[in-house]
Structures are given as C-alpha cells and as structure tokens.
Design a protein around this ligand. Structure first.
Ligand SMILES: [Zn+2]
Length: 266
C-alpha cells in the first residue's frame, strides 16, 4: 500500500504509540480527576488479580481496557460450561482451557498494549507473598475464606492496598483494606479466621449473573482510583448490595486492636 510506503522508517523516533494511547484513553484523560497524570500512573502500574472467575472477569476487563500496564491474573482452575453464565472473560470455545490463559487471550484482544501475566498454579504462601510484594494493588476475586485470609496476610505484611469483593445468590459485598492508612482495618478485623464460618459458594448456592459484574466492576473502580491516586476509596467502609431489591448498605469498619494479623504486637 502506498500509504505504508510513505511512512517514516524510524518509527521509534515518533510518538505513534503515545498518540494511540492519547486516543485510546482520551475519555479518562478528559476527566480532571484522572487526566494525563492519572492515566500515566495507570500505565505504569501493576495489579494482581487473584481469581479469574465471576468477579475477576469484569475486574480484569476494566483494568485492561483502562490501561493498567501490567496485569497478573492468577487462577489454577479451568473453564467449565457452568462458568459461562457469568464469567465474561471466557467463551464457549475455551471450555476446558486454564482460566488464566483464557483470560489472557480475552484481555490481550481488548488491549494488546498492556502486559498480561497468567499464573496457572495454586498460589501457596511464598508465591503469593512474592506476587503481592510486586503489585501496586491486589484484587481479591476468589471464593473461599482460606485464600482470602492468605491474600490479606500478604497484603498486611507488604502494606499493599487490597480490594476485596464477594458475591453469592443476589448479594454482593465490597471493601478496601489499605494498611498504608493509619488505623485502617484489615480483612481479618472484619471476618476473623477463628470464627466458624460456613463456606458457601456459587456451585451450591447459585448466583445472579449481573451481581458478580456489579461487584467486579466496583472492585475495578476502587483499584483504578488507588492506582491513579484520585477520589476516596472504600477503606474503612463495607458496602453490601441486595440486588433483589437493588439496595446498597454501607457500614463503617473499625480496626480490631487485638487483630492477630494487623494489630500491633505488645
Ligand atoms: Zn486486622
């Protein structure tokens, strides 16, 4: 094509990529609260998303579309036909594939200019700690308390902001636990591990598809605000959604001074 031939050869000296980014992220850049500065922060950021299921799917899609430079997507599970009702990262022809790889494919199709790092193994304490240390923000998109507490411990240890979401039936929950702030509670302050909590999941209880979308997208919003350093996050607040009546409730969460995870040792 003639137009191609007329292009300058040393394209690395031109700002084609930056122009592309200006266009791609123009609707963010237009926002005074984000602007070029906030968008640059997003591009330079690294987010760890644990779980590429119902919550991780919309969260990852929005972080990718918004240009978070490096996304680490951790999930050791494979795509099942029963996931497709709500896990919008995955497609019918990818049933049987590892979710982290299926997710990488979806995110790169949406935004090929970011780096997506899939982690396909179950993250035990060491690997989790390593990944949390590297991340600027951590999104808990898992569905079991053991992993949630492990993520929380790593985030408290490395003082990394944690965006936590949960969804079951018609109910959603979201909060932010940010140990960089004085007197901020951690996940354990709110849900002590010692308590006998009955493990519930979507496989047995069912879940209304858009609830995971609402909660996952809200997790993305909190993560993007943290990374762009704008607005106020949900730190110290716990947001609950009843999608059957479409009502939100908001309660304050205080730090437990005796918390074995984030409390100050005597
Ligand atoms: Zn705590």
């Amino acid at each position: 094509m003639v137009a191609e031939k007329l292009r300058p050869i040393r394209t690395e000296f031109f700002t084609a990529v930056n122009d592309d980014q200006l266009l791609r992220y123009s609707r963010h850049i237009l926002l005074d609260e984000i602007g070029i500065e906030g968008q640059s922060r997003l591009l330079a950021s690294r987010a760890l998303i644990v779980g590429a299921g119902g919550l991780g799917a919309p969260a990852a899609l929005f972080l990718a579309s918004a240009g978070v430079g490096t996304l680490v997507l951790a999930d050791h599970d494979t795509v099942d036909l029963t996931n497709l009702q709500r896990q919008i990262l995955h497609t019918t022809d990818r049933v049987g594939q590892l979710k982290a790889l299926s997710g990488k494919q979806a995110l790169e199709a949406l935004n090929p200019t970011i780096d997506v790092i899939p982690l396909t193994f179950r993250m035990e304490a060491n690997a989790l700690s390593e990944q949390v240390a590297l991340a600027d923000v951590v999104l808990d998109c898992t569905d079991n308390f053991e992993t949630r507490h492990a993520i929380n411990r790593a985030c408290v240890h490395h003082r990394k902001p944690l965006v936590s979401g949960a969804a079951i039936r018609f109910d959603g929950q979201i909060s932010v636990f940010d140990q960089r702030q004085p007197d901020a509670p951690c996940y354990h302050c709110l849900f002590p591990e010692a308590e006998d909590v009955e493990e519930v999941n979507c496989a047995t209880m069912g879940v209304f598809a858009p609830v995971v979308g609402i909660v996952g997208a809200t997790e993305a919003a909190e993560a993007l605000k943290i990374l762009a350093q704008t607005g106020q996050t949900l730190a110290g607040r716990f947001l609950m959604l009843d999608a059957l009546s479409m009502r939100w409730h908001d309660v304050r969460v205080n730090k437990d001074p005796g918390c074995p995870v984030c409390g100050t040792p005597d």
